[in-house]
Design a binder for this molecule. Sequence first.
Ligand code: CP
Length: 317
Amino acid sequence: MKQFLDIEDLPDIGKTIQEAIALKKDPFAYETLGKHKTIGLLFFNSSLRTRLSTQKAAQNLGMQTMVMNFSNEGWTLEFEDGSVMDGGSAEHIKEAAAVLSQYVDIIALRAFPTLQDREKDYQETVLKSFQKYASVPVVNMESATAHPLQALADAITIAELQTKEKPKVVLSWAPHPKALPHSVPNSFAKMMQKIDVDFIITHPEGYELAPEIVGNAKIMHDQDEALKDADFVYVKNWSSYNDYGKILSTDKSWTITNEKMALTNQGKFMHCLPVRRNMIVADEVLDSEQSVVIAQANNRTYAAQIVLKKILENKES
Ligand code: CP
């Protein structure tokens, strides 16, 4: 695998999920694969899970890790070609990516959307510019519109916990006080349409995801109806796509409670974390046996590890 910008870069998703589960059982099986190799983790936005699980994954493969937080350690990069840099940007991506490529063997980066300009966000300028100007593989640790490492961890979690061949998986919107990106629901929805599950998305009207993301997924505006007999309930807030970046509702009747979970087939509660308690989900659910969020976060390491392993193996060949 040459890079990991989105889940389409995975050669075979079913096989990759099984390989990640095997790695989890024997995490140091390839501890020399990354010897004398370094990954640079660049954060334009904060992280707990992605930062630490990706570092752990790299270390399990014998790699060295370097981390840079651009928000408080770096200066503003310029991404526009031909711009006169007489404003706030101190360095162009052309130099930054080329220089970084001499120090590290893989560049991984996180860069959130503006939520102001849909066209610009969906162009994925930061991620695509690193891909264009870096001479080493690039890994997406959550970009403006996608969080493929999270989606891979989610698929691993479902594969480990499913008790039937084709489980029912519901992606439900839930209320949140801040406008949030589409990256997690986008990548989860794409992933669910690539594995063998019965997939439904439920959200209030106005919260439709991008048409190319929704694809053939079934949409329901009645959350209770959608949750009936669900085996997995994946809950996430996102802001509006059509009324871009806006909060159209904070309707607490969409918060996941025990009453909602009782509609499911003893469904597992999933969330990418961090989660706002008693907004997205009630304490009673998050603290219950039905919640698998901690196991889900653990799988972030093995999602990152299988991706880095495939990139390292490609560099060797
Ligand atoms: N789920 C996730 O990406 O968590 P962090 O924002 O803590 O990395």
